[in-house]
Design a protein. Sequence first.
Length: 267
Amino acid sequence: MDTTPTGPTATGAMLSQEIFGAPCWITLMARDLRASQSFYGAVLGWRFQRARLGDEFSVALLEGTPVAGIGALAPALRVPVAWTPYFAVTDVDETAARIRERSATVAVGPLRFPVGRGALAADRDGAVFGIWEGQLVSDWQSWRKNAPAWLRLRARDAFEAAIFYGEVLDWACGRPGCCEVAYEAGDVVLRQGGDVVAHLGSGASGAAPEALMHPRWHVYFPVSDVGSTVQAALRNGGSVLGTESDSSGAEATLCDPDGAMFTVTRG
């Protein structure tokens, strides 16, 4: 199993066309790859193996199953470290054109990798995401339920964002296998095959002083014990941005030592 800095690769036969529009992989580009591996290994129980692209790229494994890609940022790049989701598409060139047509940005690519093609983009609010055409992790259903549990888009306007992503990624297009969209409890909810894969919520502000409020895609990881995960993060150089607890369980929003934010929720 390999990964790239911009998208997934896999040895399995499942293709992006089979789950088009759905999240299919997540990546993190860290300032210090070894330190990042040490942190996520201690906090989320991940193990790592070298990816085909070289020593600066790795695949995170949970109980032997690929869950994420972590690579090293070039030292000259002074950009925020953040988790980035990738969405499966049937045609990366066509999707990139749709992004540009809607006044959003394709920052990198499309680029060709051993088993597919990918691109890195930002929506009109600046939230970064990727698109991927080609092979996926061999068991996407297991991947989706373990890393991430789901994604949340913190948008200025969830309805406007849903229209943008719907047009770009063919959500609710009526084609067999497309993602379904519904409005529930103040969020736009995305489902694939009946399972929730993402929420889109309103209220983000580019001028907000708190990074939590900036427009962005946010990753939720399932864990067996939120409290012990928080303590592990603190012991290994992370920080806690907030905790919540309700009838559905507990969750905590954390920062890794590089400043990448993510939430852990009881799986």
